[in-house]
Design a protein around this ligand. Structure first.
Ligand SMILES: *Cc1c(COP(=O)(O)O)cnc(C)c1O
Length: 406
């Protein structure tokens, strides 16, 4: 059987062949396999050098300093270290943090855990377009607020938060800011010299690197030291913030993936924008589709659409030719609508009809055209047998905002 067309780049990406060759050079006897902590011989020394080159590659992509990059097993661990680490190290200030209801579970579940541990969390709603209201953020700040955690690009909708405005606000109020940038690092420019962000998480497998690898940026500023308590204790690696023998092959691959992303960002952004607009234009012809997200403050790699009159599950079942995601997670008999779309005030029907298409480095025009073809055929077929479709046709029309995403 032929494999479906992969349109789920926001979930993970295949590893770039250039990254694979770099990865395998750091495993075997004839490669760089040493323990970077072995400081008595050349095997260890070479591995330590490779780690530092990778650290520079990641730092360069973000206009950060190499010393500010802490290797982790991915963005989930980076988020855990940022939130738990900062809260536990700043008890003298308080026990309050602020986040939004549209965050990834790798932030929300940490918050729930912290709540059980005696911390208090304020969860902000998003506007219907997915953006966080800065006035609501300002109003949620308290004297005992230690940290604000907000994502850059949302993994379900592609909505891009205004990091400049958010970081200005947190800095002005003397509160730490953590950003989950798993969906934006290597895709949109991030300048940490210009933005007063204190902590930032990234993941390699969202940018054509290996799974199980990522980093936390921790701002290094002699005047305003950021205190974190580690989660993992052991050999004192990563300035004591993250113990454990460094995964050399994963880390060099992460560095390489970041360097490639930086080199190709401008071109890739333009290409993805065209692909995304081609897909949207094709699907718009179906009528009665709604864009879930922001018309312009949106990353082009992600297109989240609801098709009136049908559910996402029905559409996915009807289109085995493509691999896409729904906003809902089915747990046993219950279908739970996306917490992100709910936080944006989407109706339950609209949320149940939401499909996330995400394009990436290896997506072609032909794949997009074929996707339009199979989705359109399936939507027409399903609408024809939908009991509510005729009613919907006489109701007011949803207009897709014709847009220029980021
Ligand atoms: C993928 C993703 C994560 C989790 O990253 P892992 O490296 O898989 O742990 C966290 N946050 C967002 C926004 C993501 O897209």
């Amino acid at each position: 059987m032929q494999l479906p067309i992969y349109l789920d780049y926001a979930a993970t990406t295949p590893v770039d062949p250039r990254v694979i060759s770099c990865l395998v050079q750091h495993l075997s006897r004839d490669g760089i396999f040493g323990n970077p902590s072995s400081n008595t011989h050349t095997f260890g020394y070479k591995a330590a050098c490779a780690i530092e080159v990778a650290r520079e590659q990641v730092a360069d992509l973000l206009s950060a300093k190499p010393v500010e990059i802490i290797w982790t097993s991915g963005a989930t661990e980076a988020n855990n270290l940022a939130l738990c680490g900062a809260l536990r190290a700043n008890l003298q200030k308080g026990r309050h943090l602020i986040t939004s209801k549209t965050e990834h579970r790798a932030v929300l579940d940490v918050c729930r855990w912290l709540e059980k541990d005696g911390y208090t969390v304020s969860y902000l709603d998003a506007n219907p377009d997915g953006l966080i209201d800065l006035e609501k953020l300002a109003a949620a700040l308290r004297p005992d607020t230690v940290l604000v955690s907000l994502m850059h690009v949302n993994n379900e909708t592609g909505v891009v938060q205004d990091l400049a405005a958010i970081s200005t606000l947190t800095q002005g109020n003397g509160v730490l800011l953590h950003v989950d940038a798993s969906q934006s690092v290597g895709k949109l420019p991030i300048d940490l010299q210009a933005l007063p962000i204190d902590l930032l998480s990234l993941s390699a497998h969202k940018i054509y690197g290996p799974k199980g690898s990522g980093a936390l940026f921790v701002r290094h500023c002699p005047k305003r030291q950021i205190h974190l308590k580690p989660l993992i204790h052991g050999g004192g690696q990563e300035r004591g913030l993250r113990a454990g023998t460094l995964a050399v092959h994963q880390i060099v691959a992460t560095g390489e993936a970041c360097q490639i992303a930086g080199f190709e960002m401008k071109e890739e952004r333009l290409r993805l924008k065209k692909l995304r607009n081609r897909l949207l234009l094709g699907l718009t012809k179906l009528g009665k589709i709604t864009l879930n997200g922001h018309p312009t403050q949106n990353w082009s790699g992600i297109l989240n659409i609801s098709f009136a009159g049908i559910t996402a599950e029905a559409l996915i079942t009807a289109t085995p030719e493509i691999a896409v995601a729904t906003g809902s997670a089915c747990t046993s008999a219950n279908i739970e609508n996306s917490h992100v779309l709910r936080a944006m005030g989407c109706s339950a029907t609209r949320a149940r009809g939401a499909i996330r298409f995400s394009v990436g480095r290896f997506t072609t025009n032909e794949e997009v055209d074929y996707t339009i073809h199979v989705v359109s055929a399936a939507v027409r077929r399903l609408r024809a047998i939908s009991p509510i479709w005729e009613q919907l046709c006489s109701a007011t029309h949803h207009q897709v905002d014709w847009s220029a995403p980021l």
